[in-house]
Design a protein around this ligand. Sequence first.
Ligand code: CO
Length: 356
Amino acid sequence: MRIGSGPAAVNGDESREKPLESKPLREGAVSRLIRKPEDLPARDIQLHTNVDKVMEETMMKKKEIFLSVCFVFLIGFSANLTLAGKHGEIKPQKEAILLVAFGTTVPEARKAFDQIESQVKGVFPGVEVRWAFTSSIVRKKLLEQGVKLEPPTVALARLLEDGFNRVVVASFHTIPGEEFHDLYKDVDAFRNMSGSHHRRILVARPLLSSRKHMEAAIDAMLEQTPKSRKPGDAILLMGHGSENQPADALYAALNFYAQGKDSNLYIATVEGQPTLDDVLPKLKKNGVKKVYLMPFMAVAGDHARNDMCGDEKDSWKSILTHDGFKVECVMKGTAENPEIVNLWIDNIVAAHSHFK
Ligand code: CO
């Protein structure tokens, strides 16, 4: 079996395909990977990444985070730095949950965030809940409209400055792909900073974290399918995909469980595997007449509006229509599905349980 499926592999040009590096782990890197058992959920995700690359990028991120911390002080917060408490001082446990999303400029999509926040607060009464947004483009656009949003590094620095020493960072990612790893590296840099023995910062797992979560996610998607669906109509979910991450294989796993529940339910991705080309022959073989298209991403954003259901001739809707299928688009992100939000919350609960 071939590992790696970049453009070079697709074109069949083996010479341009980079081999996976397998340098021995440095001593420091090994000791950093072997944490306390309670850190397991976070640790085994890190093991999937290239350790040397992570360490190098962590050093760069440390600089960026240092600047974030300075920034928080500069904008007028008290200089009473909680990370640098007196020696031996036992600090009271102060818990917070930092919810992290890509962000959106669509006001209606913001409603999904409000819904998530109230679901999270319902499960964690009295725990501080804050938001951070990873997309600098979204943050910039909203700043022009007078809405100030923070990236995870700044929000985390501010939480620590405000004395929170038990923090769960929870993102609305579907798999531990490219974006999740970037967030993980940012958080890990905070954990490696001096004074870190005073605090614990854990990253909750993304949505598809177990067979149980995959099956429940499929049930939730079946549930949100319009009641007009007739026997023999197919459902095709558009996942994002993460071409260069091993976790991309979770979409194939999701397909496996989906077919077990409904033989006409499929998942394909825009930027990973499987693709629409993998699903098309199956739709034809099964004599499908109509296909319901639904995004399997937190927000029904750009990919859903353009790549899935846009009018351009290479959108999934256009390709399927051209091949003789009737198409109906359901423009609802998974963050708008309370059952799926409950699965993310389940992962926050699992991370939070390590603080007890
Ligand atoms: Co994308």
